[in-house]
Design a protein around this ligand. Sequence first.
Ligand code: GSY
Length: 171
Amino acid sequence: MKTAYLSLGSNIGNRLDHLRQAVRLLHDHPAITVRKVSSVYETEPLGLTEQAKFLNIALELVTSLEAAELLRACQSIENKLGRMRKIRWGPRTVDLDILLYNEDSIQTEDLIVPHLRMQERAFVLVPLIEINSEVKHPSTGALYREEPAMREEGVILWKQIQNAGEFLQQD
Ligand code: GSY
């Protein structure tokens, strides 16, 4: 079994509902168990700033899938939830990004792990550190909690979540 960390974000429609449906679909996958879900954070958009604020979460899962298979599972969930991403850096129904996979470094055409620039994004780091403050870069050993981006503004606690079950069960 491999442990992986994902970042999820939504800034269209019922943002919380999109995140919850995505987590539910992940958890329902026969080869995936969602172990931890962070609190929900409302975050200032990065990239194209003239768009709605995001809700972001991070989660920890265990899986028997290889990284490429996990990527395909994430893409299938994005498609099922009708991701709209007409504009690069623009609004999206739901985005699932693989941040870390089993302390592996992966560089293929489709997937780069650790996720590129994750260490520069407070909307990724703050939820991630909430669920595991010890996570580090697999090759440099740098602790993500010590990244300067952790101290950036624009990431507000929106809904406290105690555990994955609570997140999945709420209406
Ligand atoms: O990379 C994920 C999509 N995305 C986000 C996001 O999830 N949150 C915030 N705050 N800004 C973002 N810009 C993009 S693109």
